[in-house]
Design a protein around this ligand. Structure first.
Ligand SMILES: Nc1ncnc2c1ncn2[C@@H]1O[C@H](COP(=O)(O)OP(=O)(O)O)[C@@H](O)[C@H]1O
Ligand SMILES: [Mg+2]
Length: 236
Protein backbone atom coordinates (compact mmCIF):
# COMPACT_ATOMS: atom_id res chain seq x y z
CA UNK A 1 0.00 0.00 0.00
CA UNK A 2 1.17 3.54 -0.73
CA UNK A 3 2.08 5.35 2.49
CA UNK A 4 0.28 8.63 3.22
CA UNK A 5 1.97 11.76 1.90
CA UNK A 6 2.04 13.28 5.39
CA UNK A 7 1.86 11.43 8.67
CA UNK A 8 2.13 12.70 12.24
CA UNK A 9 2.59 9.74 14.55
CA UNK A 10 2.12 10.34 18.31
CA UNK A 11 3.66 13.82 18.10
CA UNK A 12 4.39 15.98 21.15
CA UNK A 13 5.72 19.49 20.49
CA UNK A 14 6.07 22.84 22.20
CA UNK A 15 8.09 25.95 22.73
CA UNK A 16 10.83 25.66 25.32
CA UNK A 17 9.26 24.26 28.47
CA UNK A 18 5.72 24.90 27.16
CA UNK A 19 4.01 21.91 25.61
CA UNK A 20 1.49 22.77 22.90
CA UNK A 21 0.78 19.35 21.35
CA UNK A 22 0.02 16.08 23.12
CA UNK A 23 0.14 12.77 21.27
CA UNK A 24 -1.14 14.12 17.94
CA UNK A 25 -1.64 11.47 15.24
CA UNK A 26 -3.22 11.82 11.81
CA UNK A 27 -2.28 11.34 8.18
CA UNK A 28 -3.14 12.83 4.81
CA UNK A 29 -3.19 10.63 1.73
CA UNK A 30 -1.74 12.05 -1.48
CA UNK A 31 -4.28 14.13 -3.38
CA UNK A 32 -6.63 14.63 -0.44
CA UNK A 33 -7.49 17.74 1.57
CA UNK A 34 -7.50 17.70 5.35
CA UNK A 35 -9.05 20.48 7.43
CA UNK A 36 -7.48 21.04 10.83
CA UNK A 37 -10.06 22.79 12.98
CA UNK A 38 -10.01 24.10 16.51
CA UNK A 39 -10.49 27.23 18.58
CA UNK A 40 -7.88 29.91 19.16
CA UNK A 41 -4.82 28.51 20.96
CA UNK A 42 -5.76 24.87 20.28
CA UNK A 43 -2.40 24.22 18.62
CA UNK A 44 -3.34 24.36 14.93
CA UNK A 45 -0.47 26.61 13.91
CA UNK A 46 1.94 24.42 15.87
CA UNK A 47 0.74 21.37 13.92
CA UNK A 48 1.29 23.31 10.66
CA UNK A 49 4.83 24.22 11.83
CA UNK A 50 5.60 20.60 12.75
CA UNK A 51 4.37 19.44 9.34
CA UNK A 52 6.56 21.95 7.50
CA UNK A 53 9.63 21.38 9.69
CA UNK A 54 9.60 24.77 11.46
CA UNK A 55 9.03 23.14 14.86
CA UNK A 56 10.69 19.80 15.72
CA UNK A 57 8.61 17.33 17.73
CA UNK A 58 9.86 16.43 21.21
CA UNK A 59 8.35 12.96 20.82
CA UNK A 60 6.81 10.97 18.01
CA UNK A 61 7.50 10.95 14.29
CA UNK A 62 6.74 12.90 11.13
CA UNK A 63 6.78 11.03 7.85
CA UNK A 64 6.67 12.32 4.29
CA UNK A 65 5.64 9.73 1.72
CA UNK A 66 6.79 7.04 4.16
CA UNK A 67 10.22 8.59 4.90
CA UNK A 68 10.96 9.57 8.48
CA UNK A 69 11.55 13.34 8.35
CA UNK A 70 11.30 13.99 12.10
CA UNK A 71 13.48 17.01 12.90
CA UNK A 72 14.37 17.66 9.23
CA UNK A 73 14.69 21.41 8.60
CA UNK A 74 11.97 23.36 6.82
CA UNK A 75 14.15 24.35 3.87
CA UNK A 76 14.92 20.69 3.17
CA UNK A 77 11.23 19.77 3.29
CA UNK A 78 10.53 22.72 0.96
CA UNK A 79 12.91 21.17 -1.57
CA UNK A 80 10.87 17.98 -1.32
CA UNK A 81 7.68 19.79 -2.27
CA UNK A 82 6.28 20.98 1.05
CA UNK A 83 5.10 24.60 1.04
CA UNK A 84 3.77 26.47 4.05
CA UNK A 85 1.76 29.68 3.76
CA UNK A 86 2.02 30.81 7.37
CA UNK A 87 -0.48 32.86 9.34
CA UNK A 88 -0.39 36.56 8.53
CA UNK A 89 1.91 38.22 6.04
CA UNK A 90 5.16 36.79 4.85
CA UNK A 91 6.46 39.26 2.30
CA UNK A 92 9.71 41.13 1.79
CA UNK A 93 8.61 44.55 3.00
CA UNK A 94 11.23 46.58 1.15
CA UNK A 95 10.73 44.90 -2.23
CA UNK A 96 7.93 45.72 -4.66
CA UNK A 97 4.96 43.44 -5.26
CA UNK A 98 6.46 42.24 -8.53
CA UNK A 99 9.92 41.68 -7.05
CA UNK A 100 8.35 39.54 -4.31
CA UNK A 101 6.56 37.43 -6.90
CA UNK A 102 9.55 37.10 -9.24
CA UNK A 103 11.70 35.86 -6.34
CA UNK A 104 9.15 33.21 -5.41
CA UNK A 105 8.46 32.12 -8.99
CA UNK A 106 12.14 31.80 -9.94
CA UNK A 107 12.53 29.15 -7.25
CA UNK A 108 9.45 27.33 -8.52
CA UNK A 109 10.66 27.37 -12.10
CA UNK A 110 13.64 25.25 -10.98
CA UNK A 111 11.09 22.66 -9.83
CA UNK A 112 9.54 22.43 -13.28
CA UNK A 113 6.83 25.07 -13.04
CA UNK A 114 6.11 27.33 -16.03
CA UNK A 115 8.28 30.40 -16.50
CA UNK A 116 8.23 33.54 -14.41
CA UNK A 117 6.21 35.59 -16.93
CA UNK A 118 3.41 33.01 -17.16
CA UNK A 119 3.32 32.72 -13.38
CA UNK A 120 3.16 36.50 -12.95
CA UNK A 121 0.23 36.62 -15.38
CA UNK A 122 -1.59 33.93 -13.35
CA UNK A 123 -0.93 35.78 -10.10
CA UNK A 124 -2.36 39.03 -11.49
CA UNK A 125 -5.27 37.11 -12.90
CA UNK A 126 -6.04 35.62 -9.49
CA UNK A 127 -5.50 38.88 -7.58
CA UNK A 128 -6.11 41.81 -9.98
CA UNK A 129 -5.47 44.17 -7.09
CA UNK A 130 -1.83 43.08 -7.09
CA UNK A 131 -1.49 43.97 -10.77
CA UNK A 132 -2.47 47.58 -10.14
CA UNK A 133 0.08 47.74 -7.31
CA UNK A 134 2.90 45.80 -8.94
CA UNK A 135 5.43 48.62 -8.48
CA UNK A 136 4.46 49.38 -4.87
CA UNK A 137 6.78 48.46 -2.01
CA UNK A 138 5.15 45.50 -0.23
CA UNK A 139 5.56 46.97 3.25
CA UNK A 140 3.14 49.78 2.34
CA UNK A 141 0.34 47.46 1.13
CA UNK A 142 -2.77 47.01 3.28
CA UNK A 143 -2.96 43.89 5.45
CA UNK A 144 -5.31 42.17 3.01
CA UNK A 145 -3.09 43.01 0.04
CA UNK A 146 -0.02 41.61 1.81
CA UNK A 147 -2.01 38.45 2.49
CA UNK A 148 -2.87 38.18 -1.23
CA UNK A 149 0.80 38.60 -2.09
CA UNK A 150 1.92 35.82 0.24
CA UNK A 151 -0.86 33.52 -1.02
CA UNK A 152 -0.12 34.24 -4.70
CA UNK A 153 3.37 32.88 -4.07
CA UNK A 154 2.07 29.39 -3.18
CA UNK A 155 -1.19 29.24 -5.13
CA UNK A 156 0.25 30.02 -8.55
CA UNK A 157 2.95 27.35 -8.46
CA UNK A 158 1.38 24.61 -6.36
CA UNK A 159 3.72 22.29 -4.44
CA UNK A 160 3.20 18.59 -3.67
CA UNK A 161 1.92 19.38 -0.16
CA UNK A 162 0.46 22.81 0.57
CA UNK A 163 -0.08 23.87 4.18
CA UNK A 164 -2.21 27.01 4.52
CA UNK A 165 -2.74 28.60 7.92
CA UNK A 166 -5.82 30.81 8.45
CA UNK A 167 -5.91 31.86 4.86
CA UNK A 168 -9.22 33.69 5.26
CA UNK A 169 -7.83 35.99 7.96
CA UNK A 170 -7.75 39.61 6.80
CA UNK A 171 -9.31 38.96 3.39
CA UNK A 172 -12.67 40.27 2.19
CA UNK A 173 -15.29 37.48 1.93
CA UNK A 174 -15.43 37.66 -1.87
CA UNK A 175 -11.66 37.19 -2.07
CA UNK A 176 -11.81 34.29 0.40
CA UNK A 177 -14.28 32.58 -1.94
CA UNK A 178 -11.93 33.10 -4.90
CA UNK A 179 -8.96 31.79 -2.98
CA UNK A 180 -10.89 28.67 -1.98
CA UNK A 181 -11.94 28.18 -5.61
CA UNK A 182 -8.26 28.31 -6.51
CA UNK A 183 -7.47 25.78 -3.79
CA UNK A 184 -10.10 23.52 -5.34
CA UNK A 185 -8.40 23.75 -8.75
CA UNK A 186 -4.99 23.06 -7.19
CA UNK A 187 -6.41 20.01 -5.44
CA UNK A 188 -7.98 18.79 -8.67
CA UNK A 189 -4.54 19.06 -10.27
CA UNK A 190 -3.12 16.74 -7.60
CA UNK A 191 -1.75 18.88 -4.75
CA UNK A 192 -2.36 17.53 -1.24
CA UNK A 193 -3.76 20.13 1.17
CA UNK A 194 -3.51 20.70 4.91
CA UNK A 195 -5.91 23.55 5.64
CA UNK A 196 -5.85 25.22 9.03
CA UNK A 197 -8.93 27.34 9.71
CA UNK A 198 -10.82 28.88 12.56
CA UNK A 199 -13.71 29.72 10.21
CA UNK A 200 -14.90 26.27 9.24
CA UNK A 201 -17.47 26.66 6.47
CA UNK A 202 -15.05 27.18 3.57
CA UNK A 203 -12.60 24.60 4.87
CA UNK A 204 -15.33 21.98 5.19
CA UNK A 205 -16.44 22.76 1.65
CA UNK A 206 -13.17 21.43 0.25
CA UNK A 207 -11.97 18.95 2.90
CA UNK A 208 -12.12 15.17 2.49
CA UNK A 209 -10.95 14.60 6.05
CA UNK A 210 -11.12 16.53 9.32
CA UNK A 211 -9.01 16.67 12.45
CA UNK A 212 -10.42 18.48 15.48
CA UNK A 213 -7.91 19.85 17.93
CA UNK A 214 -8.71 20.90 21.51
CA UNK A 215 -5.99 22.14 23.86
CA UNK A 216 -3.28 20.41 21.88
CA UNK A 217 -5.04 17.05 21.67
CA UNK A 218 -6.89 15.48 18.77
CA UNK A 219 -10.58 14.77 19.10
CA UNK A 220 -12.38 13.68 15.95
CA UNK A 221 -10.09 12.33 13.21
CA UNK A 222 -11.92 11.05 10.17
CA UNK A 223 -13.89 11.74 6.99
CA UNK A 224 -15.51 15.17 6.70
CA UNK A 225 -18.88 13.67 5.81
CA UNK A 226 -19.01 11.66 9.05
CA UNK A 227 -18.18 14.60 11.29
CA UNK A 228 -21.79 15.43 12.09
CA UNK A 229 -22.66 18.52 14.09
CA UNK A 230 -19.49 20.45 14.72
CA UNK A 231 -20.84 22.27 17.77
CA UNK A 232 -21.49 18.97 19.49
CA UNK A 233 -17.77 18.15 19.22
CA UNK A 234 -16.66 21.44 20.70
CA UNK A 235 -19.30 21.71 23.41
CA UNK A 236 -19.10 18.04 24.32
N1 LIG B 1 6.34 30.90 19.40
C1 LIG B 1 5.70 30.52 20.50
N2 LIG B 1 6.29 30.54 21.71
C2 LIG B 1 5.64 30.13 22.84
N3 LIG B 1 4.38 29.66 22.84
C3 LIG B 1 3.74 29.62 21.67
C4 LIG B 1 4.35 30.04 20.44
N4 LIG B 1 3.45 29.88 19.43
C5 LIG B 1 2.34 29.38 20.00
N5 LIG B 1 2.50 29.22 21.35
C6 LIG B 1 1.50 28.68 22.29
O1 LIG B 1 1.15 27.38 21.87
C7 LIG B 1 -0.25 27.16 22.04
C8 LIG B 1 -0.86 26.78 20.70
O2 LIG B 1 -0.74 27.88 19.83
P1 LIG B 1 -1.06 27.80 18.28
O3 LIG B 1 -0.48 26.57 17.73
O4 LIG B 1 -0.64 29.09 17.69
O5 LIG B 1 -2.67 27.66 18.31
P2 LIG B 1 -3.75 28.03 17.19
O6 LIG B 1 -3.05 28.18 15.89
O7 LIG B 1 -4.71 26.88 17.23
O8 LIG B 1 -4.40 29.30 17.64
C9 LIG B 1 -0.82 28.45 22.62
O9 LIG B 1 -0.93 28.29 24.00
C10 LIG B 1 0.23 29.49 22.26
O10 LIG B 1 0.27 30.52 23.21
MG1 LIG C 1 -2.97 29.71 14.55
Amino acid sequence: MTPPLLELDHVDAGYGPFRALFDVSFSVAEGRALALLGSNGAGKTTVARVASGLVAPTAGHVRLAGDDVTGVAAFRLARRGVAHAPEGRSVFATLTVEENLVLAFREGTKRGHPGVDASLASAYDLFPRLATRRGQVAGTLSGGEQRMLSLARVLVQPPRLLIVDELSLGLAPIIVSEVYATLGRIKAAGTTLLIVEQLVSHALGIADDVVLLTKGRTGYVGPADELGDLDAHFLG
